[in-house]
Design a protein around this ligand. Structure first.
Ligand code: IYR
Length: 222
């Protein structure tokens, strides 16, 4: 059993209250401008920007600090093409057979269908996996704690970081996503979590006419 070891918290900087409120307000206003986009431009995005956003993502807290997230950032057109073909095959099954009417009704306001051109058009796809279990030096399974929660937190930070950098994203979840393991050569212990599509919106991009719930509906102070 390892013994705990502590170091001083040197990175923390407490803000004066007015600046704290100004920062919090600016960030909330910035995030309120985020929209999920499906019409992506083919304009390239520098890899360095994607890398910095991923550096932000991997600062997320995680169960037992196991950092179970794994990110694969894809710009290679041939890999994007394979992903599009595999995703569209699953999506056709979904829209034509698998999805119950209730689910299709819930999706109707988004105007989605089985065609996923953005998987080839967008300059970057980020495949996000979580480790269902780790593997030690001997190849033995090591239990992971709260992997779903952890990867969700990291994904949220990634979306915020990309938005802050002026990029648009789509959280895409073709189901099932096992094809990502095959195409990207990832181990069976890695579970695909989501496929984040990243790039610029098309100049004539339209988004669904939907809105966020009122603040008071989802937040309570006691
Ligand atoms: N994966 C499908 C369907 C879909 C499901 C949900 I829940 C969404 O919020 C959006 C779409 C698709 O991408 O079309």
């Amino acid at each position: 059993m390892p013994t705990p070891s502590f170091v001083p918290l040197l990175s923390y900087q407490r803000l004066p209250e007015p600046e704290m409120l100004a920062q919090a307000t600016a960030f909330a206003e910035r995030m309120a401008t985020r929209r999920t986009v499906r019409d992506f431009s083919t304009d390239p995005v520098p890899q360095a920007v994607i890398e910095q956003a991923l550096r932000a993502a991997i600062t997320a807290p995680s169960g037992a600090n196991q950092q179970p997230w794994r990110f694969v950032a894809i710009k290679d057109p041939s890999i994007k093409k394979q992903i599009r073909e595999a995703a569209e095959a699953e999506e056709r099954e979904f829209y034509e057979h698998r999805a119950p009417d209730e689910w299709l009704a819930a999706l109707a306001p988004l105007g989605t269908d089985a065609e996923k051109p953005f998987l080839e058009r967008a300059p970057w796809l980020i495949a996000i996996f979580y480790e269902r279990f780790g593997l030690d030096d001997q190849g033995e399974k090591v239990k992971r704690y709260y992997p779903h929660e952890s990867v969700g937190l990291a994904s949220g930070l990634l979306i915020a970081a990309l938005h802050q950098a002026g990029l648009a994203t789509l959280t895409h979840t073709p189901s099932p996503m096992g094809f990502l393991n095959d195409i990207l050569g990832r181990g069976k212990n890695e579970m695909p979590y989501l496929l984040l599509v990243v790039g610029y919106p098309e100049p004539d991009c339209q988004v669904p006419n939907i809105s966020r719930l009122p603040f008071e509906t989802t937040v309570q102070f006691r």
